[in-house]
Design a protein around this ligand. Sequence first.
Ligand code: 5AD
Ligand code: SF4
Ligand code: FES
Length: 351
Amino acid sequence: MKDYYNNKQALLSEIINKAENERILNKEEIIALLNSDGNLLCESADKIRKKYKGDFVHLRGLIEFSNICRCNCFYCGLRAENKKLDRYRLKENEILQCVKFAVNSGYKTVVLQSGEDLYWTSEKLCTLIKEIKKHDIAVTLSIGERSFEEYQAYKNAGADRFLLRIETTDKNLYKHLHPDMSFENRIQCLKNLKKLGYETGTGCLVGLPNQTIESLADDIIFFKELDADMVGIGPLIPHPDTPLANANKDNFDMALKVMAIVRLLMPDINIPATTAMESIRQNGRIIALNSGANVVMPNMTQGEYRKKYEIYPNKICINDSPEKCINCIKSKIESIGRKISETKGYRKDAR
Ligand code: 5AD
Ligand code: SF4
Ligand code: FES
């Protein structure tokens, strides 16, 4: 038994050394790391994060500007068929107020996130982006699938980055969970974003029903093949008003391992400690920051709207103000000896 344990540890060390030195692992090696307890892996991811990204943490101010969505993703509380949710759409001046707050608080990036809300035409979004770009900050969009031409228009208006998670690379699972969407189109959108010169973020959900360890390994390989600039990993948190209400809740550890492997294989990218991680594990973001992450996305949404952006239940900070969140997260980051970055934090900025 002891020999077996020692051999297993030796094999894990060998795989981790290979990842650290060569930045490439085959699927079997990734699976072995996903099946490990994760301790050695997270330690190594923390070391690689420090070497390539330094101790700076980039804050991205998240503005949830509409919870209206035309899609029906099986896992998400914002899905169109969830009639229990009270819908809202911020006005342009409300969004700009959030942006001003962000700028005054020292944020160098705002993330505009919404459901797939077609009220926001290309024209309206471009006007908004141009207005925001008058402040010297980076703009990230997280608004779902649009055409090449629309992505191009936002880019021309000044958008810098785009977040679009692939959610899962298991094609059958993707089709099952997204009844009215196309896996091929999602891949195409990601390729279009890269081609247009966006810093492109993607990522996956961990803990979907019928998702296998093999398919998580494929997700990691996909991020690397796409050469994603950012990768966000979210543990699934089952939402009671969705078809996945009864899915497994205990997805933190696996999500953390997926994230740590991404850091080993893509040492210079930006990796957020996701809000979902903190929502299911106390200090989840700090644990993530100590396991490879270098970005946090504090919520900047004001007042009543926060509660209504209920992608999943028990989301942290729904009763807190933007002021409270920024102070809270800053002190947590400093408490682990890390510093708040004062740059826009592009991938190529290295630190
Ligand atoms: N649990 C965790 N994350 C979720 N998302 C959607 N629903 C859930 C859920 N129930 C994630 C998706 C999406 C991001 C904005 O939120 O991965 O891309
Ligand atoms: Fe809409 Fe995004 Fe939720 Fe899917 S995950 S239902 S696209 S908000
Ligand atoms: Fe919102 Fe801590 S980040 S209260």
